[in-house]
Ligand binder design. Structure first.
Ligand code: TNX
Length: 522
């Protein structure tokens, strides 16, 4: 134990003794000084404390919130893991003046908090989580979780002090996403769930899965079984690959939903398709199936866009995946189709888009899809060329911002980083944070920005430790850019709050990059 943690521990012991041995109020704590990320919209402090103890009353669902058992259970589970305190969940009427944590579903029209907004009121006697929808209550639980002190694991703490006051909070953008490439290297269901849990802590609400690329097809398609039995059998560097059965995929979708995260499936087309082309000769113009590919080049493969069979294939793939996907989007890739002539690329995107729309989904595509005529509701994902995005904006489309030089989690932090690439930039923790989404679309209404997303391409990583190293802490900064108001944002304040996440990340076992730009808390 370092000196500062010993000191903090002693402070807690003193505070706890002080609190339990007499009825004097605790010394003041200041909610506005809490190191929350994303920074909430409004925080007011009342300079007192709520103390969570083993004798705190059960978590209570008021009648209005009786259906929020999932989120209440999640809170109970989180408190148990973090503090060792086990609280049950109850509902039904309760006498006034009773302590503990309450959930209250209520219209908050006057505050206009939207689907994910919430009000978190912390008083010395009770904590009330109010939201219009359960998603908002779930985001509030993450705020509460970040307010818990982090103590060394060998410390037994019985009194967990939380500063009092009110937080009114809601997101800036509707879509705050992360993307995981499971094609270049496969990440299994348990690994994806682990990533989802970490993303949830920072209020990220979409996980885009890049399910197919040249090196591997990772999603079972019942009508085209060789896509996975053959196309999923390897990975970059020649590893064994892997794939999700449809049941696996549903498990991921459901787990994500319990964290109010929407899964966005991507099947990259017409380029980035070697795994599919190798599985079915018929998808190739020359009718010859190429070998599986385990290198890292891009832009060499294409579906034969003039064959009807290819559209039957696209229809089957989109139909099967859409049927298992409750979210509104189907991502069809569309990037780097360097060997598809533009005259073939454009009609392909338009036909595939029509198929996606037929199965009730909105198309998402990388910025190159703006070469085609987009239908209403299609979303353009910007990654590199502003001009490609501008074409989409002129068509009236919404954009999802993933500028590679700030948002790509596979970029190296600096020239000494062993994992990752650097074709777009070296992206230190400050550059990942210091950009303003709305400045990327000058002259456009902000309503054309759907949100931001942090892609993690996996050519250079094979396991969770490596995934965590590249994603954390940069994705935390992106989460704040997507959630918190731009006004008042500054690096020094963020740096302080990020440093204070260190103990929590360490306690969660996250292998984050401890950038020397940040003073990490003990
Ligand atoms: C570009 S970004 C790609 C990916 C690579 C990535 C590596 C995009 C739409 N395409 O295929 O994995 O660079 O950084």
């Amino acid at each position: 134990m370092r000196y500062s943690s010993v000191f903090r521990y002693l402070l807690y012991v003193v505070l706890a003794t002080y609190c339990t041995s007499c009825s004097e109020p605790l010394p003041p704590t200041d909610l506005t000084k809490s190191a929350l990320i994303p920074h909430p919209v409004r925080v007011t402090a009342t300079q007192e404390s709520f103390v969570l103890t083993p004798s705190t009353a059960p978590i209570h669902l008021l009648a209005s919130a009786k259906d929020w058992v999932g989120t209440a259970g999640y809170l109970a589970e989180t408190l148990l893991t973090h503090t060792g305190i086990s609280l049950s969940v109850e509902n039904g009427p309760r006498s006034p003046g009773y302590g503990g944590v309450y959930f209250d579903q209520r219209p908050l029209d006057s505050l206009d908090l939207g689907e994910e907004g919430y009000v978190l009121q912390i008083a010395p006697q009770r904590i009330i989580i109010q939201a219009e929808q359960e998603a908002g209550a779930f985001r509030a639980v993450q705020t509460l979780r970040q307010l818990l002190p982090v103590v060394p694991t060998d410390t037994v703490l019985t009194d967990w002090i939380i500063p009092t006051g009110t937080i009114i909070d809601y997101p800036k953008y509707a879509y705050r996403g992360a993307m995981l490439d499971v094609s270049r290297h496969f990440f299994d269901v348990a690994q994806v769930k682990h990533y989802l849990d970490l993303l949830a802590l920072y209020k990220i609400n979409h996980l885009h899965l890049h399910l197919a690329d040249d090196q591997g097809w990772r999603m079972e398609i019942k009508s085209w079984p060789r896509l996975t039995t053959h196309g999923g059998s390897t990975a970059v560097g020649g590893g064994e690959g892997g794939f999700y059965t449809q049941a696996d995929y549903q498990e991921i979708v459901q787990y994500a939903a319990s964290r109010f995260i929407t899964i966005v499936p991507e099947i990259d087309m017409p380029g980035h398709t070697n795994a599919a082309l190798s599985s079915y000769a018929v998808l190739n113009c020359d009718g010859v199936a190429p070998d599986l590919y385990t290198g890292t080049k891009v832009g060499f493969s294409t579906l034969c866009t003039r064959k009807d069979t290819v559209y039957a294939f696209v229809d089957d793939v989109v139909r099967e995946i859409s049927a298992l996907t409750p979210g509104p989007y189907f991502h069809l890739g569309g990037d780097e189709s360097h060997v598809t002539p533009l005259a073939d690329y454009v009609p392909f995107i338009e036909r595939a888009q029509a198929i996606i729309n037929k199965y009730g989904k909105q198309m998402m595509g990388w910025e190159e899809v703006t070469n085609a005529q987009l239908s209403a509701g299609s979303v353009v994902q910007y990654w590199r060329e502003a001009e490609n995005m501008q074409r989409g904006l002129r068509q009236g489309a919404q954009v999802l911002l993933s500028p590679a030089q700030y948002a790509y989690l596979d970029m190296q932090y600096d020239s000494t980083t062993e994992l990752g690439l650097h074709w777009a930039a070296y992206v230190e923790v400050d550059s990942a944070y210091l950009w303003t989404p709305e400045a990327l679309v000058p002259g456009r209404s902000e309503s054309q920005i759907l949100g931001i997303e942090s892609p993690l391409w996996t050519e250079t990583i094979t396991n969770l430790d490596e995934l965590e190293y590249l994603a954390f802490p940069r994705v935390i900064g992106h989460a704040e850019l997507g959630w918190s108001p731009t006004e008042g944002r500054n690096w020094d304040d963020y740096r302080r709050r990020l440093g204070a996440q260190g103990p929590l990340l360490r306690q969660l076992g996250v292998n984050f990059y401890a950038s020397s730009l940040v003073e990490w808390g003990e």
